[in-house]
Design a protein around this ligand. Structure first.
Ligand code: FMN
Length: 159
């Protein structure tokens, strides 16, 4: 299988955009991520795929917790900010609060999921983390989308 052909095919998959937040030694960290999926509702479980070169990887692996914040259509700036553009003091001027698990929860998102890691599977450069969802919340906002290598406005009705 040709790598570029694989990447070209994957670019045709529309997704939402998340910022996965974590804590380590009292310092919050976030990374932009689109590899997020529901695994099962019984018990509530999600998965994320994280590059082990990302600094967030150690946070998640060491703390055993992460929060998936699904961005709203007007939060492209956060998606860019947390994609490696801001390396230190990532949360300066970012509106967030701490959840009951102690994880940073971004304000103004469409939903968030506070998770504890139940499984880590290494696959090539990435780790697949399965996270048991300890708390989740949803807001009636339109989501930020990602398709063909660019952010998209997935204009849709919300309820
Ligand atoms: C739209 C978008 C989606 C991304 N999805 C993922 C992903 O699913 N998994 C991943 O490991 N990195 C993903 N990245 C790249 C990471 O955001 C980036 O490598 C990371 O923020 C760098 O982290 P560090 O500063 O902790 O090293 C994505 C970036 C963008 C812009």
């Amino acid at each position: 299988m040709d790598r570029d052909q694989f990447l070209a095919a994957m670019r045709r998959f529309p997704s939402g955009v998340a910022v996965v937040t974590s804590m380590r030694q009292g310092i919050p960290r976030g990374m932009t991520l689109s590899a997020f999926a529901s695994v099962t509702a019984d018990p509530p479980t999600v998965l994320i795929c994280v590059n082990r070169d990302a600094r967030s990887y150690l946070n998640i692996a060491d703390s055993g917790t992460f929060c998936v914040n699904l961005l709203a259509h007007d939060q492209r700036d956060l998606a860019v900010r947390f994609s490696g553009k801001v390396r230190d003091n990532q949360f300066d001027d970012v509106a967030f609060h701490f959840g009951t698990t102690g994880l940073p929860i971004l304000d103004g998102t469409v939903a968030h999921f506070e998770c504890t890691v139940v499984h880590e599977h290494h696959e090539g450069s990435h780790s697949i983390f399965a996270g048991r969802v300890l708390g989740a919340d949803a807001q009636p906002r339109a989501p930020l989308g990602y398709f063909d290598g660019d952010f998209r406005d997935f204009t849709m009705e919300t309820r």
